[in-house]
Design a protein around this ligand. Structure first.
Ligand SMILES: [Zn+2]
Length: 149
C-alpha cells in the first residue's frame, strides 16, 4: 500500500510512503524525521502510479496554497506597517483615545494619571489638553471633568 503524506513540520512537501516500509520517513524538503504511524494519510492506493498522481495533485495544492499564504503574510506585514504610524501616535491622539476609552468623559486627575503611563505628564499634559480644548476636540462639561466631542 502506498500513501501520500504531507510533512507536518514544513507543511509544504508531500511525498509517497510505502506503509509496509520503514516506521519513519524523512521529509525530502525539510529533512524532518517523520513517524509514519502518526502521519495523516491523504491518499492510499495499492498502485504506485495512482499514488504518484494523487501526490502530484496534493503537491500542486500545497504549492498553490503557498502563494496566497505568502500574500497573506505580506499583507499582514503591510497592514501591520500601516498600523504602525497610528501606534506612534501623537500626544493629542493619545489624550483623545484615553478620554474615549474612559467612556467619553474623564476626571482630569484620572486623565493625568492615565497619560503619565504614556509619558505625557506635567507641562506636556497641560499643553496637549489646552490644544485639544482650543480645537474643540475636548471640552470641559464641568470643572475637573474632560469630555471628548
Ligand atoms: Zn518537511
Amino acid at each position: 500500500m502506498y500513501a501520500v503524506i504531507v510533512c507536518p513540520k514544513c507543511r509544504s512537501h508531500s511525498q509517497i510512503i510505502e506503509q509496509a516500509g520503514a516506521k519513519t520517513t524523512r521529509c525530502q524538503r525539510c529533512g524532518s524525521t517523520l513517524k509514519v504511524r502518526r502521519l495523516r494519510l491523504l491518499y492510499e492506493s495499492d498502485t504506485l502510479s495512482k499514488a504518484v498522481e494523487a501526490r502530484t495533485c496534493i503537491q500542486m495544492k500545497l504549492d498553490g496554497e503557498d502563494e496566497p499564504d505568502k500574500a497573506d503574510k505580506s499583507q499582514a506585514t503591510l497592514s501591520a506597517d500601516r498600523r504602525k504610524p497610528p501606534k506612534k501616535k501623537g500626544p493629542e491622539k493619545i489624550v483623545l483615545d484615553t478620554v474615549r476609552s474612559e467612556g467619553g468623559t474623564v476626571d482630569i486627575y484620572e486623565l493625568e494619571r492615565r497619560l503619565a503611563d504614556h509619558g505625557i505628564e506635567g507641562e506636556q499634559f497641560e499643553k496637549v489638553l489646552a490644544i485639544l480644548l482650543e480645537r474643540g476636540e475636548l471640552y470641559s462639561p464641568e470643572k475637573g471633568r474632560i469630555r471628548a466631542v
